[in-house]
Write a protein that binds this ligand. Sequence first.
Ligand SMILES: Nc1ncnc2c1ncn2[C@@H]1O[C@H](COP(=O)(O)OP(=O)(O)OP(=O)(O)O)[C@@H](O)[C@H]1O
Length: 313
Amino acid sequence: MTHAYLSSAALQAEHHLPLSIQGLTVQERKHNILEDLWLDLQPGQTTVLLGPNGAGKSTLMHTLMGLIQPTTGTAQVFGHDVFTDGVQARARTALVSDSIGLLESFTVLEHFEYGQDLQPNWNQGRALEVAKHLQIPLNQQARKLSKGQKMALRTAYAFGSQPELLLLDEPTNGLDPENRSRFLSLMVDFVATGGTVLMSTHVLSEIETLADRLVIMKRGTLLLNAEMEDLRQHRNLVHVNFEQELNDHQLARLRNLPGVYKLGARGRSLTLHVRGEVALLAQMIEQEFPVLNLHIQPFMLEQIYTEAMGGQL
Ligand SMILES: Nc1ncnc2c1ncn2[C@@H]1O[C@H](COP(=O)(O)OP(=O)(O)OP(=O)(O)O)[C@@H](O)[C@H]1O
């Protein structure tokens, strides 16, 4: 009976999300650095945080590691509250960030020995495997490592602790192109085996490669939280060249077509920003207007970002 109860409790614990953030607010001298953040991460997914400098991405990651106490709100890692049950939460989480200090006089190997003493789930083989993959010199002291090698060491250390949730704060900072690509392949494998990643980056190509979900932040708030697949399928630009310049009535008609949320016109050329079903809309335009040619341009990350920053999403 007891056994059955325990199994069901264990099962329930496994149904908790890798990360659930509820109303997280961090205030510093009456200024909200994070403001009422709500975010759930699904297992086996990579969520990328994108936002301008000072948006609050690093603050969010530090708060999720229990390094900053929130003013209000909370967060759980696999059901363990980060602030009241932090040891359990952190046993399943690792942070890679250049804000994490290294032991400058310790070699790479000595860092791993330190991990063995400190981390409850330490796996020396895994740390060594990642260190080899990222080509870090094992007997080099941290102070003699390059910026990229230091980031690689933090990555290997994080994997050594066998996390299920990885928080990555601009983790490819300083990595050369080969190591950047080795790093990305590590993340792809981690997520493919059920791991969960929350990563901040300013590199749009990394988002294209890794992200399942995109979260855009500005001044401590979330401007966008969407599945990449949804963004790819449901946001398009429609470029149209007409036989003649459209009159005001025709432009107003186009502006009011379903899904159109922005329109840019220059002479006989026009660009529509469309959310949702685009093929049908293109058909309607071709039927109703004197179209010379029409071209649908799918989702572009840069455009989504610009629109989010401008408050158009
Ligand atoms: N220790 C601190 N004390 C006071 N304000 C801070 C502190 N740390 C960060 N801030 C402020 O919090 C805001 C968010 O900073 P944060 O480093 O989290 O942004 P970020 O999105 O990670 O930026 P970046 O892309 O430049 O790394 C900024 O306005 C910053 O000035």
